[in-house]
Ligand binder design. Structure first.
Ligand SMILES: [Zn+2]
Length: 128
């Protein structure tokens, strides 16, 4: 028996067992395989995307968590990020974790001065 992930023209995904791959081809061609959601018989094998999708979602969760942590524990210095990071690095202001925005130019300068900074992942939430 073979388990196939199938999809219909409306994008419903479902699983179905077939004795062989040929049996699937035959049954699908004769309209014997139908979508349990809408009854469509023009089904096809779904690409093995769900596995990949899960991995991507997990990664986005991790990035979102990192961002949440930073936003809840770090001080937001907004557009003054480069200046404040530099002051902290040279001991001109209280050392503390900060985050904010910097231009590509500012980031390059900071890295040139060997000031340790990390890019933050952009927000992936749709409510951003
Ligand atoms: Zn369907």
């Amino acid at each position: 028996m073979i388990l196939y992930n199938l999809t219909c023209p409306s994008g419903h995904e479902f699983e179905a067992w077939f004795r062989t791959g040929d049996a699937y081809t035959e049954q699908a061609a004769s309209g014997a395989v139908s979508c349990p959601d809408c009854g469509a018989t023009e089904v096809r094998k779904a690409p093995m995307a769900p596995r990949l999708g899960k991995g991507v979602a997990k990664r986005q969760d991790a990035l979102a968590q990192l961002r949440e942590l930073v936003e809840s524990q770090f001080e937001n210095v907004g557009g003054n990020f480069a200046e404040t990071a530099r002051q902290i690095h040279y001991g001109e202001t209280e050392a503390r974790p900060i985050y904010g925005e910097a231009t590509a130019e500012e980031v390059k300068d900071l890295l040139d001065e060997e000031i340790p900074i990390l890019p933050l992942p952009i927000k992936v939430d749709s409510d951003a």
